[in-house]
Every structure is written in C-alpha cells, then in structure tokens.
Design a protein around this ligand. Structure first.
Ligand code: CMP
Length: 138
C-alpha cells in the first residue's frame, strides 16, 4: 500500500554530514522524496511534533536538541513507507536496539542523538506531515 511518512534528519545527522548517506539509503530502498526542506525548528513546532513525550523526563533536553541546529525534513513516499523507513532507521536506542546495517545501528551511540526520526503509524504520519508541510496535499 502506497503511503507517506515524515522523516527528519536531526541536528546531529546534519552536523555530522550524514544527509547524503541517509537520503541515499532511502532512495536505494526504493522509496521516493515527495518533499524536502532544510529548516531551523522553532520550540513551538518541536513541542507540537513531540507532544506525546511532553511528560517524559527527557522532554526538555529533546526540545533543546531538536532546535539546536538545522534539520532536514522530508516526506518520504512508497509502498509501506512508514514501516520501511523504520526498518532503515533501526530501533530508537542505537546500541541496544538498532542493528548494524541500519542508520542508527551504523552511525549512532546515544538514544537522544539518534540521527533520524520517522513517523511510527499512519495516524502519526498524517499528523506530522500536516504539521511540517501544511501546504502539501496528502
Ligand atoms: P524519535 O524517534 O525522534 O522519537 C522520540 C525521541 O526522543 C527519540 O527519537 C529520541 O531522540 C528521544 N528519546 C527517546 N528516549 C530517550 C531517552 N531515554 N533519553 C533521551 N532522549 C530520548
């Protein structure tokens, strides 16, 4: 089933020069880019994006991190794009959960600095795409 997912290359990924690497993996998988923008994230957008984590102890740090430098925001499309990108990303903890061969497994060490974000469900994808790319019809 063709679907769309919101992918972010977080400030750590951009600063470390991993934009090309991440996009190459997305394209090699057979997924396509429907939208892409380099962008400095406001605290307001970050808070809305991560609203489900508002009560977590790491919420403040998460907002500080995601607003610390530019991110690359993308809408990625294709057959089962939501689970397909999550497979490419690997688990949230780059050491305990992500396996080698995944983006986080290959390039990450700490859960907070885990390089990429991908929507976790069709509901999240619809909400996140509307939030980041309000002018896009999905
Ligand atoms: P992401 O997939 O963007 O969704 C929520 C983010 O919160 C997650 O990636 C991590 O960057 C961050 N996160 C999750 N758990 C922790 C944690 N225990 N400490 C710090 N950051 C976390």
């Amino acid at each position: 089933m063709t679907e769309q997912t919101l992918v972010l290359i977080k400030p750590d990924g951009v600063q470390r020069g991993l934009v090309g690497e991440v996009i190459a993996r997305i394209e090699r998988k057979g997924l396509t880019l429907a939208a892409l923008e380099l962008r400095q994230v406001s605290t307001e957008l970050a808070s809305e994006h991560y609203a489900e984590h508002a009560e977590r102890p790491f919420f403040g740090e998460l907002l500080e991190f995601i607003t610390s430098g530019p991110v690359v925001a993308m809408v990625v499309a294709g057959d089962r794009a939501i689970p397909a990108f999550r497979q490419l990303a690997g688990g949230t903890d780059p050491v305990e959960k992500a396996t080698p061969g995944t983006i986080r497994g290959d390039f990450g060490l700490q859960t907070q600095f885990n390089i990429v974000h991908g929507s976790d469900s069709p509901e999240s994808a619809a909400r996140e795409i509307a939030l980041w790319f309000p002018s896009l019809n999905s």
